[in-house]
Design a protein around this ligand. Structure first.
Ligand code: PCA
Length: 199
């Protein structure tokens, strides 16, 4: 059987919960599409999260890597097309504020996902879940870990399906927050299962 490393993130900024944590906890250990899901939670710290993901990849030795992150404010389930070599944005969980520095000094400007994102979006929409490809994962931690995973995949010539999916808020988070669109936890989990089926 193959292994899928599925990661989520801890809460960050003013979001008291991160829906990706619960999704990863729910799917950890499940077998989907002949992949055993190995779930891990990443910290939201520029100096740590990427290394943490690379350590998990070398521990787990997965056949595919999907990372999940919250994109509060998005209406749809959004597989990301590209990660860029840049850290910028809000403070992380230890208060560090990046200012446009590169993630890897010698890295390419951008790296494309190796996940079948077109198929994922088609299948999600066919099964009644709103989804579209996103052409920017931003410049915060989600982009950062996506870049780390794709850079590693390239340098180590692993050629694995690797990438990132941004999710809208769950209803549970939307209740605690002022005004953000949301999907049910059940639909978010269903959507992640569909994406794994597409591998
Ligand atoms: N979303 C953030 C980082 C952690 C998360 O779940 C992002 O979009 O960068």
């Amino acid at each position: 059987m193959k292994k899928l490393l599925l990661t989520g993130f801890e809460p960050f900024l003013d979001y008291p919960i991160n829906p990706t944590m619960k999704i990863v906890e729910d799917l950890d250990g499940e077998v989907i599409n002949n992949y055993e899901v190995v779930g891990r939670i990443l910290t939201v710290v520029f100096s740590k999260s990427g290394k943490q993901l690379l350590n998990e990849i070398s521990d787990v030795q997965p056949d595919a890597v999907i990372s999940l992150g919250l994109a509060a404010g998005r209406h749809k389930f959004t597989p990301e097309r590209i990660a860029i070599n840049c850290n910028e944005g809000d403070p992380d969980n230890i208060g560090f504020i990046p200012s446009g520095e590169k993630i890897y000094e010698d890295g390419m400007d951008g790296l494309f996902t190796t996940l079948p994102i077109q198929r994922m979006v088609q299948e999600l929409n066919r099964q009644g879940l709103p989804a579209e490809i996103s052409n920017s994962a931003g410049t915060y931690l989600c982009n950062n870990v996506m870049y780390h995973a794709l850079y590693n995949n390239l340098i180590e010539r692993k050629n694995l399906p690797v990438g990132f999916i941004h999710l809208p808020a769950s209803h549970e988070l939307a209740i605690k927050h002022k005004k953000i669109p949301s999907m049910s936890h059940e639909d978010l989990v269903k959507a992640v299962r569909i994406c794994i089926e597409c591998l």
